[in-house]
Design a protein around this ligand. Structure first.
Ligand SMILES: [Zn+2]
Length: 461
C-alpha cells in the first residue's frame, strides 16, 4: 500500500512535512517548522503524528526554514536516517539551522532570565548540538540523477528556481502490486528573474503535489531593474535611506546583484550599501561557491568577486556596528533580515526609521499572514514592535518582481508540457483561499482533478 499524509503546509504556507509510506517503509519530503501566528508556532511543540525513529530518510526540496527547520527537532526525538538534498541546499541548511538553533537557545535563556514563562524552565525547540547532529545525516545529490532507496522508492531532483539549489522532487514508488509516480513541486520560482535560474518542467507523473503560495494571483509585470533604479534615484535625490527587509537567503544576494548591475551600467551612481545580517554574509559565500547553480550575466561573471562585495558594499557582522547604522544619513541602502520582519536586526532599523517620512522601505518578498511585514504591506499606519508603538510615516514601495514564488499563471506555464491528466493534483502550501483558487484554475483551465488536503489528512495513492 502507498499512502501520502500532509503533516504541514496544508491550509497554511509553512510547516511542510509530507509523509510517504510504501508498505512498512516511511519517508518524509521536507521537514519544516510552522511560522507566523502563535497558534501555528505552538504546533512545533506538539509530538509529531509519526514516530521519528520510524522514518527511514528525508528528501528536501530547498533550504527555507519552513521546509527544513524541524529537522533538528526530529533528530532530537530519535530520527537517525539520511537526509538527501542538492549540494547548495546542504550548505545553506547548515547555516540556517545553526542560526535557528541559536535563536531558540537565546530566546529560552531570555525568557528564563525574565521569568516570562509562568511554568517551569523555558526550553529551546532544539539546541545547536541537535543542529550539528543533523549535519552528519546530510547526503548531497545532484540534479536529474535517480537515487534508489531499495526496490520500493527512487527519487530525483529537478531545478525549480526559487533559491539556490531549490528542487522539485520526482518520486517513483513500487509496493510490489503497483507502480506509481508523484511530483512534489517544492516552491516554484519565477521566470526571468535576476540571478535565479528558470524553473525546469519535470517529466509527467501520475500524481502531483503543487504549491499555491500565490494561487489565483498574477504578479504585475515589472522591470525590476527599472523599478529599482527609479527608487534609488529618488533616494539619492532626497538624500534618504532605503531600508530593504530581505531574506538572508536569496533575496539579499539578488538585490545586491541588481544594484551592482545598475551601477556597472551607469544607470545609477554608486551608493553605499550596508548588509546588516551576519547570516546573509555567510549565505553570500555559498552563492559565490556554487556559481553554476545560479544565473549571472557574463559581464558580471568575470568580476564575480565584486558582484556581491563591491567597493560600495559594507558588511556588518557585529551587533555594535549594526546599531551604529541608526545614525547614518542618506543616501544609503540598508539590507537587513528577517525578510518578513518577524525577528532579527531589521526590527531596530524599523523602530528607528519607520517614523521618519524621509525613509523609503522596499517590500521585496512574500509576507505571511500575522507578520509585521504583512501589516506594513497592507498599509497600517501604526504597528507594534517589541510592544513599542511605532508610527509609520516612511514611504512604502512593493517590488513583487523580486518575489521568489511563481504566480498562478507561471505555475500553469511550468506544467504546460504535461499533456496527460494526472490522476490527482493535491494543492498545498497556500492560505486557504489561494489554495482553492489554484485548485479551481487547474480544474477549469486544464481539466485536472484537484484536491486541497486538510492538515494531517492521509490519502492512498
Ligand atoms: Zn521557499
Amino acid at each position: 500500500m502507498i499512502t501520502l499524509s500532509f503533516h504541514g503546509a496544508a491550509g497554511v504556507v509553512t510547516g511542510s512535512k509530507n509523509l510517504i509510506t510504501v508498505n512498512a517503509r516511511r519517508f518524509l519530503v521536507d521537514c519544516g517548522v510552522f511560522q507566523g501566528p502563535k497558534v501555528l508556532r505552538q504546533q512545533n511543540w506538539a509530538a509529531p503524528p509519526f514516530e521519528p525513529a520510524s522514518i527511514e530518510a528525508i528528501i528536501l526540496t530547498h533550504a527555507h526554514i519552513d521546509h527544513i527547520g524541524y529537522l533538528p527537532r526530529l533528530v532530537r526525538q530519535g530520527f537517525s536516517g539520511k537526509i538527501f538534498a542538492t549540494a547548495p541546499t546542504v550548505e545553506l541548511a547548515r547555516i540556517l539551522l545553526l542560526d535557528a538553533a541559536h535563536i531558540q537557545e537565546e530566546d529560552a535563556e531570555f525568557r528564563n532570565k525574565r521569568r516570562a514563562t509562568s511554568h517551569e524552565k523555558a526550553l529551546p525547540l532544539y539546541t545547536t548540538d541537535d543542529a550539528r547532529k543533523t549535519f552528519d545525516l546530510f547526503v548531497p545529490v545532484a540534479f536529474h540523477r535517480w537515487k534508489k532507496l531499495g526496490d520500493e522508492i527512487r527519487f530525483r531532483f529537478h531545478a525549480v528556481g526559487h533559491i539556490l539549489g531549490a528542487a522539485s522532487v520526482e518520486l517513483g514508488l513500487d509496493d510490489g502490486v503497483k507502480k506509481t509516480s508523484i511530483l512534489f513541486s517544492g516552491d516554484v520560482g519565477r521566470y526571468a528573474t535576476p540571478l535565479i535560474i528558470d524553473p525546469v518542467t519535470p517529466p509527467q507523473t501520475d500524481y502531483l503535489v503543487c504549491e499555491s503560495t500565490y494561487g489565483g494571483e498574477v504578479h504585475e509585470p515589472q522591470d525590476i531593474f527599472f523599478e529599482m533604479a527609479k527608487v534609488i534615484d529618488e533616494v539619492i535625490r532626497r538624500k534618504s535611506v532605503l531600508l530593504i527587509p530581505a531574506f538572508a537567503v536569496g533575496r539579499t544576494q539578488q538585490v545586491t546583484y541588481i544594484i551592482d548591475v545598475l551601477i556597472d551600467q551607469k544607470r545609477i551612481p554608486s551608493i553605499p550599501i550596508h548588509i546588516d545580517s551576519p547570516m546573509a554574509v555567510r549565505v553570500t559565500d555559498v552563492y559565490r561557491r556554487f556559481s553554476s547553480y545560479h544565473e549571472i550575466n557574463s559581464d558580471a561573471l568575470r568580476r564575480v568577486k565584486n558582484v556581491f562585495y563591491g567597493r560600495n558594499v559594507k558588511l556588518h557582522r557585529k551587533r555594535k556596528s549594526s546599531k551604529k547604522l541608526n545614525r547614518i544619513k542618506g543616501p544609503a541602502i540598508i539590507l537587513s533580515a528577517s525578510g518578513m520582519m518577524t525577528a532579527g536586526r531589521i526590527l531596530h532599523h524599523l523602530i528607528n526609521r519607520l517614523p521618519d517620512p524621509k525613509t523609503t522601505v522596499a517590500l521585496v518578498g512574500y509576507m505571511a499572514e500575522g507578520t509585521l511585514g504583512r501589516r506594513l504591506l497592507e498599509g497600517e499606519k501604526m504597528v507594534y514592535i517589541h510592544k513599542i508603538p511605532v508610527e509609520v510615516k516612511a514611504k512604502m514601495v512593493t517590488m513583487m518582481g523580486l518575489s521568489g514564488h511563481a504566480d498562478s499563471y507561471e505555475l500553469l506555464h511550468w506544467l504546460e508540457p504535461w499533456k496527460n491528466h494526472p490522476k490527482k493534483v493535491f494543492i498545498n502550501h497556500g492560505e486557504p483561499l489561494r489554495s482553492e483558487a489554484m485548485a479551481r484554475q487547474f480544474r477549469e483551465i486544464k481539466g485536472w482533478d484537484t484536491y486541497v488536503p486538510a492538515l494531517h489528512e492521509t490519502v492512498e495513492l
